[in-house]
Design a protein around this ligand. Structure first.
Ligand code: C2E
Ligand code: CA
Ligand code: CA
Ligand code: CA
Length: 275
């Protein structure tokens, strides 16, 4: 029994060491990926529910490895946050997404809203964010009204005062703020009314089981009416079924995003499909 225990212990440390090595390697490869321009943006349509027109897109990052393999953000964003690369990655995303949005705006002759995610790790701490956003808008020519920055509920709650100050400055530029993953965090409703945000995004976890789950339906309906009462537009995420569209329309949710209208896709494919 003693021997088995000892072996168990050795296996455990070996596995741990392997994890640590993989982690160090991944960090190094992420840093290379940035230099080698291996990140790409996919775009998912955002649809106005009343007209069913595509009025914008959310930019979602992928890492395209040289062998062609696509790595999804859940696998590398948390690591980029821990090792500090996230600021550079988010800046790259912001530039690339604004450049693309302005191109589409010019080509299509219509206003188009681009949504960009900001890391929750960075948001309240980043002193240079506002200046960086300003510079990117200047450089790309994208009007501030065409940019939405998505921050998670928890990002805002971790340091509420400075988060509100940053959101206020961004709003003053003309940029919109969306509170992402709304309902999953721990924000109290008394704070939400102080957020200078234009959009609330209902997290997919409350949408995916509509119409089967009556609790989720109650939560989704409450968020929509909360938005209406606070003068915020509500965007439902992860909409896959017609029955979900029907429910959201009935409750007058303003916008939807999800596989029902389109999966995130490469820029060329997006413009072929939606312009
Ligand atoms: P998120 O911001 O909540 O993005 C929505 C996620 O839901 C995306 O996953 C999207 O592909 C997925 N999704 C959209 N519609 C549906 C649907 O109908 N069904 C299902 N099953 N899924 C749907 P993705 O692209 O893997 O991104 C995951 C998360 O990674 C994002 O969650 C966001 O938090 C983060 N992320 C993505 N791009 C960036 C980025 O450029 N910067 C930062 N900091 N984070 C990013
Ligand atoms: Ca988002
Ligand atoms: Ca979300
Ligand atoms: Ca999410």
């Amino acid at each position: 029994a003693k021997e088995a225990g000892k072996n168990g212990y050795q296996l455990f440390t070996a596995a741990m060491q392997q994890t640590i090595m993989q982690r160090i390697e991944l960090e190094a490869r992420l840093s290379d990926a940035l230099c080698r321009n291996e990140f790409v943006l996919f775009y998912q349509p955002q649809v106005d529910l009343e007209s069913e027109h595509v009025i914008g897109a959310e930019a979602l990052i992928r890492w395209q490895k040289p062998d062609g393999q696509l790595v999804y953000p859940d696998e590398f964003i948390p690591i980029a946050e821990e090792c500090g690369l996230i600021t550079q990655i988010d800046h790259w995303v912001l530039k690339a997404a604004c450049r693309q949005a302005n191109k589409w705006r010019e080509q299509s002759g219509r206003n188009f809203k681009m949504s960009v995610n900001l890391s929750s790790e960075q948001f309240a701490k980043d002193q240079e964010l506002v200046q960086r956003v300003k510079n990117v808008l200047n450089k790309t020519g994208l009007p501030a009204e065409c940019l939405t920055l998505e921050v998670t509920e928890n990002a805002v709650m971790s340091d509420t005062e400075s988060a509100i100050a940053i959101m206020t400055q961004l709003t003053a530029l003309g940029v919109s703020i969306a509170i992402d993953d709304f309902g999953t965090g721990y924000s109290s409703l008394s704070y939400v009314k102080n957020f200078p945000a234009r959009y609330l995004k209902i997290d997919r976890s409350f949408v995916k089981d509509i119409p089967g789950d009556s609790d989720d339906m109650a939560i989704a309906a409450s968020i929509i009416s909360l938005g209406r009462n606070l003068n915020m537009e509500v965007i439902a995420e992860g909409v896959e079924e017609q029955t979900q569209i029907d429910f959201l329309k009935q409750h007058r949710c303003q916008q939807v995003q999800g596989y029902f209208y389109g999966k995130p896709c490469a820029a060329e494919f997006f413009s072929q499909q939606f312009f």
